[in-house]
Design a protein around this ligand. Structure first.
Ligand code: GLU
Length: 553
């Protein structure tokens, strides 16, 4: 591993605060925005699909732990929501242990294979490749982390036997399942890409409405019997991955894959402590930066001034994200220095009544390498078991249907395109540049919020690429500042800013145009799932923009 020691002042300042990537998945917004919800006393699970929720619910009912339920649900999601996540992808999980009161976070992000090159997504003339040209095919595939993460979560937090987490997934795989309307719509929208590859074409573009996936059944049986070693074994599941990537991923890449336990990133906001995934995800740090910049303000609900403040703080935080955040095992990123009070006070001073453009802040006064630094296509699962253990896990294969290449009955991710396509600008390195074994920067933000008594009160996360940050942020403000019900908070129109314009699902007050905001009205297909522990009830809610489902008892 080559550790890039980057003095922060050397980082290029011309890395634009823009995200040029298209939405990971198309919009299939619901007509009536009412979140599906369930209220329980004992346990709860919410996932992006009713069959996956049922699998998790069955596990919880048998006395399984929150982690067990999330694993069983993930195995089903890889089948029934294959566009979003699966064994060919990566995931991040936050886990709360009710017995020890310990919060841990787990990095199952994909790694770049040995064959990865910093300039692999550049055209011959040095310009970045067209996004889809980079995505479709073997070059975008990172070494999957989800199988190892599921096994790790089970070893640490499982209570049922490993083999007992598989029956639902294997049963549905053999019996077949009817494609959901969203899956069908996404298959239709992917003509020209997904159908370029024989295995994907044969599976997704046949005339059957019911999908059967015997290859996934074999994969599940191997995984059930041998655990993740079957997956990373070049003679078993791994061998087919090596072939499917034309050797871009080799047996050493598979053998070296490891799940990393990292400290979650936490910050106080009003009377709560909000914890989320730290780097290589930018999700937690960026959300916390925005909240800390906003904290001194009274963020009134339904007030254009609040939208203005959230948009400006978001733009500022995205400028820092785009400049600094990356895999901390490869780059000396500022990490928790980005939450330094003096630094954020200075950033807040930049706010005024007008919409402005921001560059990344100067951290040279605050960050030194000796500074304490917290060690450091998508779906979101939340579960809480009878003992009060809780899990918040975001899982992805990046774009819809990932690289579009299917093997072993699952799709391989395109997580490599979450790296910067440009390795350096003005001769200076970009933090999120590609290197073998490095993990691409993510925006995923599996989050758990704690009250004053250090008890979890909210589990939340979303799909949505870099919009995940705005989707989760808005609900944290809705719950904490506006006392909204979780289902209303999830269903409310999305309004966010990723540094390049104010995106909104609803018309906004004219005064925001006058302040200079570049307003874009569009569908913003969040995929939020959440559990709110409120009034001694466990309330699960799923985003009406997708097909999520909450079930509890
Ligand atoms: N690959 C993206 C990330 O890690 C997530 C894509 C999505 O949300 O659909 O940030």
């Amino acid at each position: 591993m080559i550790r890039t020691l980057i003095a922060l002042t050397l980082l290029s300042t011309s890395v634009v605060a823009q995200d040029f990537r298209p939405s990971p998945e198309i919009a299939t917004s619901s007509n009536s925005l009412t979140a599906q919800k369930s209220i329980g006393d004992d346990f709860m699970i919410v996932t992006a699909n009713p069959l996956a929720t049922q699998a998790g619910y069955d596990v919880l009912k048998k006395g399984g732990s929150a982690a067990d339920a999330a694993i069983a649900a993930q195995l089903v999601l890889g089948l029934v929501e294959p566009q979003s996540s699966g064994l060919g992808g990566g995931a991040f999980a936050l886990h709360y242990n009710a017995t020890t009161n310990a919060l841990t976070s787990w990095d199952g992000r994909e790694t770049a294979p040995h064959s990865a090159k910093p300039d692999m997504f550049l055209n011959a003339d040095g310009t970045p490749m067209n996004f889809w040209n980079a995505v479709v095919g073997t070059q975008s595939i990172g070494v999957p982390g989800t199988p190892k993460l599921l096994e790790t979560l089970h070893k640490k937090f499982g209570s049922l036997q490993w083999k007992n987490l598989f029956p639902s997934a294997i049963d549905i795989t053999e019996r077949g399942f009817v494609k959901s309307p969203r899956l069908q719509k996404m298959i239709d929208a992917d003509i020209g890409k997904l159908d370029q590859f024989q295995s994907s074409r044969e599976y997704f573009y046949n005339t059957n409405n019911t999908l059967k996936n015997p290859e996934y059944a074999s994969t599940l049986n191997l995984f059930k019997t041998l655990g993740a070693s079957a997956f990373y074994n070049p003679h078993l599941i791994g061998g087919k991955i090596i072939n499917a990537t034309d050797g871009r991923i080799n047996s050493t890449d598979l053998k070296k894959y490891n799940v990393i336990e990292r400290d979650p990133v936490c910050g106080e906001y009003r009377t709560y402590t909000i914890c989320s995934m730290d780097e290589p995800s930018s999700g937690g740090l960026t959300i916390l930066q925005i909240l800390k910049i906003l904290e001194p303000y009274n963020l009134k609900q339904d007030d254009p001034e609040t939208i203005h403040l959230i948009a400006e703080a978001s733009k500022m935080a995205f400028a820092d994200r785009n400049m600094y955040m990356a895999d901390p095992d490869f780059v000396d990123t500022p990490g928790a220095s980005l939450l330094n009070k003096a630094y954020l006070d200075k950033r807040r001073e930049l706010l005024n009544d007008k919409a402005q453009a921001y560059t990344a802040g100067d951290l040279s006064d605050i960050f030194t390498s000796a500074q304490t630094q917290i060690e450091d296509g998508t779906t979101h699962i939340v579960a809480m078991d009878k003992q009060g253990n809780a899990i918040s896990m975001t899982s992805t294969i990046e774009s819809a249907f990932g690289s579009k290449i299917m093997t072993n009955g699952f799709l391989l991710n395109n997580e490599m395109t979450d790296f910067s396509f440009i390795p350096e600008t003005d001769g200076k390195p970009v933090a999120n540049a590609i290197e073998p074994r490095k993990r691409p920067r993510s925006s995923m933000a599996p989050t758990i919020v704690f009250d004053k008594n250090t008890k979890p009160v909210l589990l939340i996360g979303s799909a949505g690429g870099s919009r995940i940050i705005g989707f989760v942020l808005q609900r944290l403000i809705a719950i904490i500042d506006w006392n909204m019900n979780i289902d209303d908070a999830i269903a409310m129109p999305n309004i966010l800013n990723r540094g390049n314009g104010l995106e909104s699902e609803t018309e906004l007050n004219q005064s925001l145009n006058e302040k200079g905001h570049d307003i874009k009205i569009r569908d913003l297909t969040s995929g939020l799932t959440a559990i709110h522990i409120h009034d001694n009830k466990i309330i699960g809610a799923a985003d009406p923009r997708r097909e999520g489902h909450a079930m509890g008892k």
